[in-house]
Write a protein that binds this ligand. Structure first.
Ligand SMILES: Nc1ncnc2c1ncn2[C@@H]1O[C@H](COP(=O)(O)OP(=O)(O)OP(=O)(O)O)[C@@H](O)[C@H]1O
Ligand SMILES: [Mg+2]
Length: 346
């Protein structure tokens, strides 16, 4: 299951991603969490202190190794340098699975565990034992720092996430949760089409709802499945506003949370002490996400990655690499659930 959290800046994407991740982890569900926002806040929201968050390896910094690994023995991809963020997998490529150990996780993921008190710890990747207590794997694109100003674009960092998503085979009941960048920046790549379900976090304000409308419009042509989570909703008036503006796309609402406020102060209570209404909201989101799996269409998913690769190849990739990157497309290859099992010869 691939899940994204999007919405206006400050709407609560990171907060709700982190609560959803904690909810899944508490249910002992396999989770890989990715912070793909320019402002990297997911680590702290999962309870890491500043030092631990700063020590997280950046996906963007490992791009050459990631490409080399994913390329595998795919004869259509002649070198890691010829691989761009949209290069699709084909026969011979290596795929990623949520429940496995692989060099990409070894280099870029750190396990975050939640102890009884609700605080977290990052223990390198030593805790990669799937039986480890309610831990999740966390990957981050890496901060957009001063050294990047004027030379690197944020999208080149997010490219690593797009590449990983396109090489991921995941099944029912295991989760990839991505905290995305604010507003319509998500449309700068094909990444918005990579999810079984996109939670659009909206405050009951005109701006919050405007992002929803824009997202819905972009998403329509690509069959993106969208569910609105109202956040910071206080009272009937807020609820009426969201119902009127969002209609049936409104899945659930979350109110002001004292638990979240305590967490922000660096003193997270035990997760089971999260307010009942908010726990129920997370359960509703979880059910909706599970439902979305039934609507998954692997063939369409593969077609869309090919579509975005063609567009990227033609608009800049071919010129950049001096090769026809559309030759990387393997017409006979379709991602599917059957690839969840690693072939014996891999
Ligand atoms: N339900 C809630 N109850 C209490 N505080 C909340 C709630 N939702 C969000 N907040 C607070 O609102 C602020 C913004 O939330 P958050 O950082 O999750 O938003 P965001 O959409 O990820 O922002 P950005 O666009 O900067 O990434 C944070 O201080 C957060 O703790
Ligand atoms: Mg955020």
């Amino acid at each position: 299951m691939k899940i994204a959290f999007v919405g206006k800046g400050g709407s609560g994407k990171t907060t709700l991603s982190s609560l959803f991740i904690r909810h899944l982890a508490a249910a002992r569900i396999t989770v890989v969490a990715i912070d793909a926002d320019i402002n990297q806040h997911l680590g702290p929201a999962l309870g890491l202190d500043e030092e631990e968050a700063a020590a997280l390896p950046a996906l963007g910094a490992h791009l050459p190794e990631i490409k080399e690994y994913l390329r595998g023995a795919n004869p259509r991809i002649t070198s890691a340098e010829a691989m761009i963020k949209t290069t699709p997998p084909g026969h011979g490529s290596r795929l990623l699975r949520l429940l496995e150990d692989n060099p990409v996780y070894a280099a870029c993921a750190r396990r975050v565990t939640f102890d009884e008190g609700g605080t977290a710890g990052s223990d390198g990747d030593r805790g990669s034992d799937p039986d480890a207590a309610s831990g999740v794997r966390l990957m981050v694109t890496g901060p957009f720092n001063e050294a990047d100003l004027g030379v690197a674009c944020y999208h080149s960092k997010v490219g690593a996430v797009e590449l990983c998503l396109n090489h991921l085979v995941d099944g029912r009941g295991e989760y990839l949760v991505v905290d995305m960048t604010a507003g319509s920046d998500s449309f700068a790549s094909g990444m918005f089409t990579r999810f079984d379900l996109t939670f659009l976090v909206a405050e009951p304000t005109r701006k919050g709802v405007a992002v929803y409308r824009q997202y819905k419009e972009y998403a329509r042509d690509f069959g993106v499945s969208l569910a609105v989570v109202g956040n910071k909703v206080q009272g009937e008036d807020d609820l009426d506003f969201l119902r009127a503006e969002v209609g049936d796309d409104l899945l659930v609402t979350v109110g002001h949370s004292d638990w979240v406020r305590a967490m922000e102060k660096g003193r997270p209570p035990r997760f089971e002490l999260l307010e009942d209404t908010n726990r129920r909201a997370l359960r509703t989101m979880h059910d909706r996400a599970d439902e979305a799996y039934g609507a998954r269409d692997w063939a369409r998913y593969t077609r869309q990655m090919v579509h975005f690769h063609q567009r990227n190849a033609e608009s800049w990739g071919n010129a950049r690499t001096g090769a026809d990157l559309t030759a990387q497309i393997d017409p006979g290859f379709v991602l599917s659930e059957s690839l969840l099992t690693v072939p014996a010869h891999a």
